[in-house]
Design a binder for this molecule. Structure first.
Ligand SMILES: N[C@@H]1[C@@H](O)[C@H](O)[C@@H](COP(=O)(O)O)O[C@@H]1O
Length: 252
């Protein structure tokens, strides 16, 4: 495994370390940052808010969103729904950081192939923050079995991802409460469009994900979050609970 690992004591320190990288880029001019919705990036969002910095130059790219079919078209989940990924971005990033709607880019389920060009037009993603499904290793909504070069597209969520989403959004009581489809950036674009990437793993329930990811050297379709190894300038950030540091060697 060649992707460097940084282990910090806890989720708050992880958030501060990653937020500092974003702040450095914003200070240098502008930053286009890819975000996952859910628990993993919440400490990063909190640390950005805590910094009190002006973040006008911050552009946020959300990697996925749940969708439902209406006739021949897909509709994004209402952002006021507590498990909406766009809603997560509005609540955790846009509102607290004082950013407007033009600071947010999300894939269009009816034109998913356009997402790549929209990102290219902005010069690519400076830093793509990645999360791993705790039980099935999904990344964005690319579930187990996703080929390495999958494009941005609408996918049907497997039961394993819907179960993981119940931990991410605890108000979801059963897999049936989780929407059956989502639009997601593809594994191809995660690699091609990011100048750097950071996998965020914190808490005991990400210990297995840490293990699966750090045992791999490159993309393993059975655990799609291993895509981090194929990304340029990639880093894994973990807290001690996820890394179970005392039991490992070679982790700094
Ligand atoms: N749609 C989101 C993904 O974007 C995110 O990567 C994942 C991880 O969530 P958590 O960080 O809570 O484990 O949850 C959901 O599936």
């Amino acid at each position: 495994m060649t992707t460097p690992i940084t282990v910090v004591p806890d989720a708050a320190r992880l958030g501060e370390a990653v937020a500092q990288r974003i702040l450095d880029r914003v200070t240098a001019g502008s930053a286009i940052i890819g975000f996952p919705a859910g628990r993993s990036a919440t400490p990063v969002a909190a640390a950005l808010k805590q910094s009190g910095a002006r973040l006008d130059g911050l552009q946020i790219v959300m990697m996925d969103e749940y969708v439902t079919r209406h006739g021949s078209r897909w509709e994004l989940l209402d952002p006021n729904t507590p498990h909406s990924c766009i809603g997560w971005a509005r609540r955790n990033l846009l509102a607290p950081l004082g950013l407007g709607p033009t600071s947010l880019l999300t894939p269009d389920p009816n034109q998913p192939e356009g997402f790549k060009q929209q990102i290219l037009d902005r010069g690519g993603i400076d830093l793509f923050l990645l999360a791993s499904g705790q039980g099935d290793g999904h990344v964005a909504l690319n579930g187990p079995g996703t080929p390495r070069h999958a494009p941005t597209r609408v996918v049907e969520l497997p039961e394993s991802t819907r179960r993981d989403n119940m931990s991410t959004f605890p108000h979801l009581q059963s897999p049936a409460d989780v929407p059956a489809h989502g639009v997601t950036i593809g594994t191809a674009e995660l690699v091609e469009l990011s100048h750097s990437a950071a996998m965020l793993l914190w808490g005991q329930n990400k210990a297995y994900a840490f293990d699966r990811i750090t045992r791999a050297d490159s993309y393993d379709p059975l655990w799609p979050a291993t895509i981090v190894h194929d990304c340029r300038n990639a880093l894994i950030y973990a807290d001690e609970e996820a890394a179970q540091k005392s039991e490992r060697e070679g982790v700094s």
